[in-house]
Design a protein around this ligand. Structure first.
Ligand code: BGC
Length: 259
């Protein structure tokens, strides 16, 4: 089934139709810059612009960089505060004229990696995305434990994502070595809390994994996301398919098992 996946990121809103049986994009992705300020009505417009470039789909999945519960966006760390308690699924559904499911961006990326990324799924697996913020998605034997926000644990007295996100690397002009040191401290902290069996590292900067992942010295095995930039789009589409006509009703556990 062709479903449109749209990923709202810190710098771009990207989308493409996805074959949810195999996780492949059915057309080249289309991207528009994320509006600044990223308030609700500007972002809804940007999502509509991306959606309008495609046809032949009947459902849509949209990622959001914050907590989403029943289609309502609950936090807005890196987007305009107008998203706090916004009925996002309803707004997108009205604007696009098709059923839209909304889910957290890291959850979408994790769902896609677990379904199609060929990673070992046994035990506790933690997907972490390094971008504008740090996103997290936790899976137990392939089943999602929703709404973890491990990018916001405290590290050196600060919100971890302010120290170890890719944006922190860019803003403070950190060398790969210096930044990898911060990421390592972060991962050690998280593994102390959770003892996962595997970290899957994603986000835009995972494209340059060879520059920094080998520098990380942690106990937990690390694997790099295989779907890279498209994981959010694919996970959003897979999740929308699972929602079966109930915008906002997300059954990601089934999606996570690739069923
Ligand atoms: C948000 C998360 C999001 C992550 C990556 C964090 O600031 O709180 O919900 O997944 O950024 O975008």
């Amino acid at each position: 089934m062709a479903i449109l996946g749209i990923d709202i990121g810190g710098s771009g809103v990207k989308g493409a139709p996805v074959d949810t049986a195999n996780g492949e994009l059915l057309a080249e992705r289309f991207r528009v810059p994320t509006p600044q300020p990223s308030d609700v009505s500007s972002v809804v417009k940007a999502v509509a612009q991306v959606a309008a470039t495609f046809d032949g789909y009947d459902r849509v999945g949209v990622t959001f960089p914050g907590v989403v519960i029943d289609g309502v966006t609950k936090t807005a760390a890196n987007v305009d505060k107008s998203w706090l308690d916004a009925p996002a699924a309803q707004l997108f559904t009205e604007r696009l004229g098709k059923p839209v499911s909304v889910l957290n961006d890291a959850v979408a990326a994790g769902v896609a990696e677990i379904a199609f990324g060929n990673h070992d799924q046994r035990g506790l697996v933690m997907m972490l995305t390094f971008g504008t913020g740090i996103g997290s998605a936790l899976f137990l034997d392939g089943t999602l434990i929703p709404n973890t926000e491990f990018g916001h644990v405290e590290l050196d007295g600060k919100d971890a994502e302010l120290r170890a996100s890719d944006r922190a690397r860019e803003e403070h002009d950190l060398s790969w070595e210096k930044w990898a040191g911060r990421v390592q401290d972060y991962l050690r902290h998280v593994e102390m809390l959770l003892s996962p069996r595997l970290f899957i590292i994603g986000g835009g900067v995972s494209k340059k994994a060879e520059k920094w992942v080998p520098l990380l010295d942690v106990k937990t095995p690390i694997t790099v996301a295989t779907l890279l930039n498209n994981a959010g789009i694919i996970g959003a589409a897979v999740t929308a398919e699972q929602a079966h006509g109930h915008p906002g009703a997300i059954q990601v556990d089934a999606a996570a098992q690739g069923s």
